[in-house]
Design a protein around this ligand. Structure first.
Ligand SMILES: [Zn+2]
Length: 253
């Protein structure tokens, strides 16, 4: 592979030996990649072509990288900062949500699975978090849209077990991954009641463009229920528990 260039957002940063870093980057044109950046740490840092702050988690960068022999880790040769999202880094609350968002993307995506919509969702969510919007609301919208883009969020119009149309008596089943009808309740006695407002909100977010839903107001009981359902739903789909989630729980108390 020749030298490649793409916009990317840093998902994860790990130290490697004395002077190098391994980054997980969600790129616009290649999906998630792993890249090594050499000579950026320690007293002998060589001042590689990296803009200030561009190696920090959730920085939005222009990245130049190329393939290494017999390795799926790329060499990152240039990393220029496009947006550091200063307002996020200046607020403990915003920082917690942004860290959770990038960790979630890192957990549910595979290396090399290109999805421009996921990249745009991630970038737009970070931009929104930088502004005046409620961090909580941005995060709920992000979760619903992400689950939808990855094909994990089922339609809420049909029973996830038998496929028939559901009515207002439907319950949410984590086992089946969606609403189940009265006739199918016996197949999951853990299924929980769900507010019609929550079903409507999820459907609205799922089917509307991001710019439109960013300003949608949500009733507090719907917000709370949604938070509980999404949290458990994501737990179900993500094997390892997210580090940032514990911190977020503290913030959301
Ligand atoms: Zn059914």
């Amino acid at each position: 592979m020749a030298i490649q260039k793409s916009e990317g957002i840093i998902l994860r940063k790990q130290d490697l030996r004395e002077t190098s870093l391994i980054l997980n980057i969600y790129t616009r044109d290649f999906g998630k990649i792993k890249g090594i950046v050499r000579g950026v740490r320690g007293s002998r840092a060589q001042g590689l072509a990296v803009g200030g702050g561009s190696l920090e988690v959730f920085a939005h960068d222009e990245i130049v990288f190329y393939e290494r022999k017999q390795s799926d880790i790329y060499t990152v040769s240039q990393c220029d900062l496009l947006d550091f999202f200063y307002p996020i880094r200046g607020s403990l609350e915003k920082l917690a949500y942004a860290s959770y968002i990038v960790e979630l993307v890192d957990s549910v995506t595979a290396l090399g699975d290109k999805n421009i919509e996921v990249f745009d969702l991630l970038l737009n969510s970070l931009k929104l978090l930088s502004g005046e919007s409620s961090s909580r609301r941005v995060t709920r919208i992000f979760e619903i849209k992400l689950l939808h883009l990855l094909g994990l969020m089922p339609t809420l119009e049909l029973c996830a077990s038998c496929g028939l149309r559901v009515d207002a008596s439907a319950r949410f089943s984590f086992r089946h991954g969606g609403l189940i009808c009265g006739a199918c309740l016996a197949s999951d006695n853990q299924a929980r009641p769900i507010l019609q407002g929550t079903v409507k909100f999820i459907e609205h977010i799922r089917t509307s463009p991001f710019e439109k839903v960013a300003r949608v107001k949500v009733a507090s009981e719907v917000g709370r229920e949604l938070e509980g359902i999404l949290r458990k739903f994501l737990d179900f789909h993500i094997e390892r528990r997210l580090k940032t989630l514990e911190f977020l729980k503290e913030i959301e108390k």
